[in-house]
Design a protein around this ligand. Structure first.
Ligand SMILES: NC(=O)c1ccc[n+]([C@@H]2O[C@H](COP(=O)([O-])OP(=O)(O)OC[C@H]3O[C@@H](n4cnc5c(N)ncnc54)[C@H](OP(=O)(O)O)[C@@H]3O)[C@@H](O)[C@H]2O)c1
Length: 245
């Protein structure tokens, strides 16, 4: 533990598995008190036990705006502040449009876009307060995707659309909040081994150099939020070494 985030309060959505869980671990390892948000309370409680008593559990569905507002208010009430928001909760199904289920498309929009909007909306006030307080800076990091930069094939249709949307939203937020010292960052991973990619077939036949681990993405988040306050790392595009698209 370096202690680079001692005294910092971070909230991570989708902390019950994959990149969110790894990010919560990595932030806690740097000294942050971490608020864990997701629907699977049992998973969050297991992680909170591992990370220690500074960790809090907030069972919430990010598609429910009122519940998200209440959860973020609870984070601030229990920790006294909020310095870092990691918008990580997400869902992706990769199906050609001709065979796609409209409900799957809606879920991707509701979680990947609606969830980011709801959480960010609820957190901007406390983050702005934190940026004007002791640390002098606050952070929103959103886990987008390579698919938020380019459309790598027809099956990424709606998933890519949702990730492009959060990219556009983040750039507008960056312009608005730069003068208030709330840094807005996007991490754009290529293929990562997780429940998401084990479930949607994206892992296919890739070898060990064709896929990253969740901890690799957590490293990128920690890098962003531990820069000196004069530095805002706006985007990190990160692929496994053998990923060509
Ligand atoms: N894996 C990749 O290759 C890859 C690449 C680029 C970007 N990403 C992005 O990385 C992020 C994390 O994905 P992952 O790969 O780590 O997948 P994952 O292991 O499936 O994790 C997804 C997380 O999102 C949470 N979540 C989903 N729907 C939710 C909802 N309605 N309300 C609250 N939480 C919800 C899940 O928690 P609960 O089910 O407990 O609610 C889970 O913790 C996503 O935004 C994804 O698009 C992944």
């Amino acid at each position: 533990m370096s202690g680079a985030l001692d005294g910092v309060v971070a909230a991570v959505t989708g902390a019950s598995s994959g990149i969110g869980e790894a990010t919560a671990r990595a932030l806690a390892a740097e000294g942050a008190a971490v608020a864990l948000l997701a629907r699977r309370r049992d998973r969050l409680e297991d992680l909170a036990r591992e990370l220690g008593e500074a960790t809090t559990v907030h069972e919430v569905d990010v598609t429910d705006g009122a519940a998200v507002a209440a959860a973020v208010a609870d984070v601030v009430a229990r920790h006294g502040r909020l310095d870092v928001l990691v918008n990580n909760a997400g869902y992706g199904s990769m199906t050609p449009a001709a065979e796609a289920d409209l409900a799957e498309w809606r879920t991707m929009v509701d979680v990947n876009v609606g969830g980011v909007l709801a959480t960010t909306h609820a957190a901007l006030g406390p983050l702005t307060d934190a940026a004007t307080g002791g640390r002098g800076v606050a952070d929103v990091v959103t886990i987008s995707s390579v698919a938020g930069r380019k459309v790598s094939g027809p099956a990424v249709n709606v998933y890519a659309a949702t990730k492009h949307a959060v990219g556009a939203f983040s750039e507008a937020l960056r312009q608005e909040f730069a003068p208030r010292h709330v840094r807005i960052g996007l991490v754009e991973p290529g293929l990562v081994r997780s429940e998401l990619t084990e479930g949607n077939g994206a892992l296919g036949e890739v070898g060990e150099l064709g896929v990253m681990e969740a901890a690799d993405i957590a490293d990128a988040v920690v890098y962003m939020v531990t820069r000196p306050r004069r530095v805002a790392v706006n985007e990190i595009l990160i692929r496994p070494i053998e990923q060509t698209r």
